[in-house]
Every structure is written in C-alpha cells, then in structure tokens.
Design a binder for this molecule. Structure first.
Ligand SMILES: C[S@@+](CC[C@H](N)C(=O)[O-])C[C@H]1O[C@@H](n2cnc3c(N)ncnc32)[C@H](O)[C@@H]1O
Length: 357
C-alpha cells in the first residue's frame, strides 16, 4: 500500500477533493480513497508491479514526470505528499510515529520540515513540531538546510490527526494569479477566476488531447485553463465582440483553438464529437441572454450538450438556478452538485453531469 496525500486549499469543502479525483481518473491512475480529512485527501495508489504510473508517482527517486504533471494540472491543491506516517495529533504521538519512520534517503541529503495546522485547531505550535521532528532527523544523521533542501518533509495537523510525509511536488498557485481576468489581453467582467475554472476542467476529467467545449465561452477563461493542459478547445458565443476577445485571450495562451459564432441551443457540431463540457452560462443578471428566457435557453442548451458529448463524457455546468431536473430529462446522470457562496446575493451551483455509456 502506498499512500499519497493531497494537501488541499480551504476554498471549498468538496471541490478540491473532486478536482483531485477527476485529475487521477483522467490520467488513468488506479487509486482508492483511504481517508478524507479537512483539507487532506489520502489515496492509496496500489504498488502493483507493472503499474507504470504508480511507480512514477510514489518513488521519489524515480522519474517525477507523473507527479510534476499532476502538480501542474491541479489548482486547489497545495502539496502532493508521499505519506510516511499517520498519528494522533498530540506531540507524543507525533514524535512516536516519526521515530518509527524508516527514512530511506542517503544521509548526505539535506532536509527541511514544515508543519501546518489546518484551521489552527491544534494547541501545539507549528514551530515546536518542526523543531522536534528536525531533532529526530538530526539524530538519524541528517542535516537541515532551510533555504535549498534536498528533501522537504511536511506534517499536517487536521481533524485530530497528524499526516507526516515527504513532499513529492507543490502546486504553483501564483501562476493562476498571473492569469487573473484583469491581466489578460481582453477583459470583460463576470468571469470565473482561473483557479476555479481549472478545477472544473479537472472535475470534467479533461486531459491532454481531450476535446473540450464551452458553449457559452465568453472571454475564454475556461478554455484557456483547458488549453494550457493540452486539451483541444472549442468555444461558442453569440456576441461577436466577446468572441474576438476570446480569440485574443486564447491566441495569447494557447494558439490551437476553435471559436464559433453559435447559439448554445443549436450548435453546428456532430453528435458525440466532444469529450467534456465545462460552461458558465449567463445567470440572468448582467451577462446577455440570447433567448426568450433563461429557462428556455438552459433546457435547449442542455439538450445540445448531451447530444454533442460522447457516451462516457462529462459536463460541468455553473448556474445560479438548479439544472438537475432539466439535465435528467435530456438523459444526463447527475453525479454531484456543489454549492458555492460567492457573495451575499449570489450563490453558485456547480452541477456535474455524466452521459453514461
Ligand atoms: C457568464 S458569461 C461567460 C463567461 C465566461 N466563462 C468567461 O470566462 O468569460 C456568459 C456568456 O454567454 C453568452 N451567451 C448568451 N446567450 C447565449 C447563447 N444563446 N448561446 C451562446 N452564448 C450565449 C454571452 O454572450 C456571455 O458571453
């Protein structure tokens, strides 16, 4: 059994978990969820001989391609950790657990230990934990380097447990900040932030080479995130000016894309030609609705999304109103609905829909 922990951001209780699961599934990595704590997901990636993906993930000395690929893909994860031990979160239990870890790195490698208390729930100070774990490593012959260590260890305290392990990769969350809508060549208000857009693309199990459609693409924010992961991006919108803006944004980040001046309720796309859909249709507030009503538009476009999606494909739809009934009536299976409070007067619903095989 090889345990890998994903230390998650606290932006939402469920979306970061769903993102990790979607990304593992899209990479065809065999896994099972073992524990789910507040902001930590632990999966077992079976150490089966012949599972090449797995060896890449868990062997810190092996080719790190798979891990670094996952860390470049995920938006709502902080660190990917090879779990070395799990204990209760008292200092004595943590020390006992760390003492018993079989550290297999050569003693010539330097280390750094960081401790993180989720929601600051533990009474023990992070510095104390770091110092005491450092002491164990020192006694085993390892030397610390706080600036450029060879190995980074992390102790994460959550839900009364301490998860301790070696950091395999960390997510560069700053790159999402660089792509915030105001920094793009074309800006229009009312768009999803890149981190949320990326997480939805992962939940849709979009990977390199997938054909992804956003039938209400607006300025192309969702497609930019998918395109940066190597997906083939297809976007529709009914405003020429907005489509030109989408082209400017996509040209800047991901030159290979297809944009169409099309009604989401009647798209010139063949049946079953799309692998996944992620979309943020107008909510009936400020963004233009080109239809007799929002309800009519949503019903027509869900029908179209179902038609163009391949069997086994997934759609992730952001809305203010519930869409499950309409989705089921056109043939979708509702996988999950995540509720996200944006501000006092706007709560978003993120509905995950599968077109079953
Ligand atoms: C909320 S915005 C999408 C924002 C987008 N996620 C972004 O990153 O810019 C909704 C978009 O739907 C478009 N729209 C409205 N009615 C439409 C229709 N019938 N077919 C396709 N697009 C439509 C609007 O022009 C608008 O750009």
């Amino acid at each position: 059994m090889t345990l890998v922990a994903f230390e998650l951001s606290g932006e939402h209780p469920d979306i970061p978990v769903a993102e990790v699961i979607g990304a593992l599934e899209s990479e065809d990595i065999e896994f099972s969820v073992i524990f789910r704590f507040d902001q930590v997901l632990i999966v077992d990636i079976p150490n089966a001989n012949g599972n090449a993906n797995l060896n890449l993930i868990v062997n810190a000395n092996a080719d790190m391609d798979q891990v670094s690929k996952l860390s470049k893909q995920l938006a709502l994860t902080w660190h990917i950790i090879n779990v070395l031990g799990i204990s209760d979160s008292t200092l004595s239990s943590i020390m006992n657990m760390v003492e018993n870890v079989d550290f297999d790195e050569p003693v010539s490698l330097t280390y750094k230990v960081r401790a993180k208390k989720i929601k600051r729930k533990s009474p023990i100070s992070s510095e104390d934990i770091e110092r005491k774990i450092g002491g164990v490593l020192y006694n085993k012959g390892y030397r610390a380097d706080l600036v450029d260590p060879d190995v980074r260890y992390r102790a994460v305290l959550t839900d009364g447990k301490c998860i301790f392990g070696r950091v395999l990769a960390s997510v560069d969350r700053g790159s999402f900040e660089d792509r915030k809508p105001q920094n793009k060549p074309f800006f229009h208000p009312g768009v999803l932030m890149p981190r949320l857009a990326r997480s939805l693309v992962n939940i849709a199990r979009c990977g390199p080479g997938s054909m992804i459609l956003d039938p209400y693409c607006g300025t192309g924010g969702i497609l930019v995130e998918a395109g940066l992961m190597g997906a083939v991006t297809v976007g529709c919108d009914v405003q020429r000016k907005i489509l030109l803006g989408a082209r400017m944004n996509l040209d800047f980040y991901v030159p290979d894309h297809f944009l169409m001046f099309q009604d989401a309720g009647n798209m010139a796309l063949k049946d079953g030609c799309i692998d996944c859909v992620v979309t943020d249709p107008p909510y009936g507030r400020s963004a233009l609705i080109q239809a007799r009503s929002l309800d009519i538009l949503m019903k027509r476009s869900l029908k179209e999304i179902f038609r163009v999606l391949r069997p086994g494909g997934r759609a992730v739809v952001v809305s203010e109103c519930p869409v499950e009934e309409w989705a089921v009536s056109v043939g979708f299976f509702v996988v999950d609905v995540y509720i996200q409070r944006v501000h006092r007067s706007l709560t978003r619903r993120i509905t995950v829909l599968d077109k079953l095989q």
